[in-house]
Design a protein around this ligand. Structure first.
Ligand SMILES: [Zn+2]
Length: 74
């Protein structure tokens, strides 16, 4: 006899970080395949959060690229 309810837990899902297929019941870091991928996700999230208040906007105004045709309008 095979309890059909358990079969769902045997179906592999895809880790959103590394894209690896793994069986959910074999992971203790769902929805990731491992604690390592969970940490990667957390790290990315934190880094993006910290980088938001620091937009790279110096050297934006002064260094316009020269148009080669602009000089020879005549
Ligand atoms: Zn993974």
């Amino acid at each position: 006899m095979k309890p059909s309810g358990d079969e769902k837990r045997e179906r592999p899902i895809r880790c959103p970080i590394c894209g690896k297929l793994f069986v959910p019941r074999q992971s203790d870091a769902l929805p990731f395949c491992s604690a390592r991928c969970r940490n990667i996700d957390l790290y990315r999230w934190l880094r993006e959060d910290y980088s938001l208040p620091l937009p790279p906007r110096w050297d934006e105004e002064d260094e316009l690229p020269l148009d080669p045709d602009a000089d020879q309008g005549d």
